[in-house]
Design a protein around this ligand. Structure first.
Ligand code: ZN
Ligand code: MN
Length: 471
């Protein structure tokens, strides 16, 4: 029997706001000492009142719109009740039956084919704190409690772990491109829950699924889905397909899942409307304005780079990956118009080859000015690279560095003739070889002259002088 894999994702991404979702505590608690970014509101003290952070709402709906969702004219918050020590309030404030947005769609370039995956909803909710366990006990850090999140729920449209990973990566790029979330996985800013089930190919019905909780990297998402897929294929093969829904966790070290709960122990969250927060409303003009304000999204950008700028697929994919890359690239192109291919080449092969390039002193102007000097024939490509690396380290203008290091190409025949004479005198055997038909030697002599000139001689002129002198 041929089986088909059905996967759906729930993605939590931290909104990049200054403060938490319902209080004025700092939202950037990464690395802060435990329990130093807390207040009575996010700690759930009696009498506290949440106030919705407007920045979180705006960034949330902007992200939802970028994922193709329809912003809802009316939405509300609900309490999701459960007891766990990382949740000081005893309930999470989330959105249940009337979320802020519904019905989106994300396009993904999957091995050259554009595939579309539906988004069921995007809603806003707060995060819980963090527990850490060691031999002496369990410790609670509530710095993260109350952090604003968007939860993105996909339809079960994914048919392989590869597709799931691709969609997750595309969503990360989209959220970054609109400034909704930094989605930095290493800081736990983006996490996945993935549901997977199988069915005989051709059937429409969905079979009981396994939910894998809290995957915090693309590779964990992929490996966990592969693991469960394999496990379920085996069960179907043994006529023992899963009959109830289960929830499992992923253990990174062992690379296997472990059972957290089955259907019998499923949670009942007893959702009810949050009484302390008013509903959220958007009129049609506001919704139109949010949609109109969206920038070019990463996939469209990548396609434009290939089709309009003539970049390769790989170059375009890399440059369209994050705002810090494409903002730099596009700004450098503006200064050095008509030559995006050259900008892309030197940006990718020189600037991005350095670690921590974003902390270097290079600016789009610095890069484009260097390329202009090269384009005008004033410097060689070797000199251009030297100047770019120098700007990255120390800043300064391309022209000044060219002057200070004497990198300007010399087309002055007098000086070049002197270098050529010197090189020919030092390499008489090579000169003889060339006269006897071993043409390769001329490249060697050329290299020696360039070296002597510290890259400043115009290679075309050097070659001309060399040929005349040898013959
Ligand atoms: Zn607080
Ligand atoms: Mn959630």
């Amino acid at each position: 029997m041929e089986l088909e894999t059905i996967i759906g994702l729930e993605i939590h991404a931290q909104l990049s706001t200054k403060t938490k979702l319902f209080c004025s505590c700092d939202n950037d608690a990464f690395g802060a000492p435990p329990n130093t970014r807390v207040c009575p509101v996010c700690m759930g003290f009696p009498g506290m009142l949440p106030v919705l952070n407007d920045e979180a709402l705006q960034k949330g709906v902007r992200g939802a719109a970028a994922l193709g969702c329809e912003i809802q004219a009316f939405s509300k918050f609900d309490r999701k009740n459960y007891f766990y020590p990382d949740l000081p309030t005893g309930y999470q404030i989330s959105q249940f039956d009337q979320p802020v947005s519904l019905d989106g769609e994300v396009s993904v370039d999957f091995e050259g084919e554009i595939k579309k995956f539906r988004i069921n909803r995007v809603h806003i909710e707060n995060d819980a704190g963090k527990l850490s366990h060691n031999q002496s006990g369990t410790y609670c850090d509530y710095n993260r409690a109350g952090t604003p999140l968007v939860e993105i729920v996909t339809e079960p449209d994914l048919r392989s772990p590869e597709e799931a990973r691709m969609l997750a990566q595309e969503i990360q790029k989209i959220l970054r491109s609109v400034g909704t979330s930094d989605a930095d996985m290493e800081k736990g800013m983006m996490r996945f829950d993935a549901s997977i089930s199988l069915r005989p190919k051709g059937e429409d019905k969905l079979y009981p699924r396994t939910e894998i909780k809290n995957l915090n990297s693309f590779s964990a998402l992929f490996k966990a889905l592969k693991f469960e897929q394999k496990k379920q294929i085996k069960l179907w093969g043994e006529n023992n397909a899963p009959t109830g829904e289960t929830t499992v966790g992923w253990m990174d070290e062992k690379e296997e899942t472990k059972l957290l709960r089955d259907k019998e122990s499923a949670m009942d969250y007893r959702y009810f409307p949050e009484p302390d927060l008013p509903p959220v409303t958007f009129d049609s003009d506001q919704i139109k304005a949010i949609e109109a304000d969206l920038p070019e999204l990463p996939l469209t950008k990548k396609q434009r780079y290939v089709e309009k700028l003539g970049l390769t697929e790989a170059e375009a994919l890399k440059l369209a990956e994050s705002p810090e890359l494409y903002d730099f690239f596009e700004s450098a192109c503006e200064h050095f118009s008509g030559k995006p291919k050259k900008v892309a080449n030197s940006f990718l092969s020189i600037v991005l080859a350095e670690t921590d390039w974003e902390k270097s002193q290079i600016t789009p102007e610095g890069l484009s000015q260097t390329l202009e000097l090269q384009e005008a024939g004033k410097i060689s490509s070797t000199a251009a690279k030297e100047i770019i690396l120098k700007i990255m380290k120390e800043g300064g203008s391309a022209e000044d560095i060219m002057d200070n290091l004497g990198l300007e190409q010399k087309s002055d025949t007098g000086e070049i003739e002197a270098w050529v004479d010197q090189v020919m005198a030092e390499n008489q055997n090579v000169v003889e070889d060339i006269k006897n038909g071993k043409d390769k030697g001329i490249q060697f002599l050329m290299g020696q002259v360039m070296k002597l000139s510290r890259g400043s001689a115009n290679p075309g002129v050097v070659m001309g002088v060399l040929k005349t002198k040898i013959n």
